[in-house]
Design a protein around this ligand. Structure first.
Ligand SMILES: [Fe+2]
Length: 191
């Protein structure tokens, strides 16, 4: 599967413009995390394919609106579509794993789990800036907002913190990677 095909699936599953932006953000971040793991000395044996990682980011919530935000059905419609297209099971497992439908064994699955919620926190951090722009957000401000439990309370801090326990990336570095990735693609994210 290619990125273009993944974008087509977002259309077919009738994602709203806001969901598409969330998908794009997670896609960019996943691609950059894959690049980081490819370059670093990480103990992994799985193939690290940037496009696969980006597709997992793009499609992890692809059926979220279609399934009426029902957690029971969430990711199942996407998984069905991907199976029909013979997409590798590791991508399907990572997508299902982000909402606890599959165990998160691969780096790809662990990465989307931790990054998903952080992209939400960073979008919220941008929207409270006077110019509402990602460029005005700093790693320090995200870390402050991370500690303030009342800020974007829906962004699960424990889930974000699995960057340390599951990916071996300190929180500050993880925030820095995810923020940079979103800032580099701010135009496409409309922020
Ligand atoms: Fe998500």
């Amino acid at each position: 599967m290619t990125k273009a095909e993944a974008l087509k699936i977002l259309e077919e599953l009738k994602n709203s413009p806001n969901m598409v932006k969330h998908a794009l953000a997670c896609g960019f971040v996943m691609k950059d995390l894959c690049i980081k793991f490819s370059k670093g000395n990480y103990n992994h044996s799985e193939p690290l394919d940037e496009e696969d990682w980006e597709i997992v980011g793009l499609l992890h919530d692809a059926d979220y609106e279609l399934t009426g935000k029902s957690l029971d059905r969430h990711t199942e419609e996407t998984a069905k579509k991907l199976k029909e297209k013979n997409v590798d099971q590791s991508l399907i497992d990572a997508i299902r794993g982000h909402c606890d439908k599959a165990s998160r064994t691969s780096l790809m699955a662990k990465a989307i789990y931790a990054a998903d919620e952080l992209t939400g926190l960073i979008v919220a951090a941008a929207l409270v800036q006077p110019d509402k722009k990602l460029k005005s957000v700093t790693v320090e401000s995200v870390q402050r907002k991370f500690k303030d439990k009342s800020f974007a309370a829906g962004a699960n801090r424990d889930q974000i913190r699995t960057c340390e326990s599951e990916l071996n990336i300190p929180l500050e570095e993880f925030v820095s990677i995810v923020l940079k990735s979103m800032q580099d693609n701010a135009k496409e994210l409309g922020l």
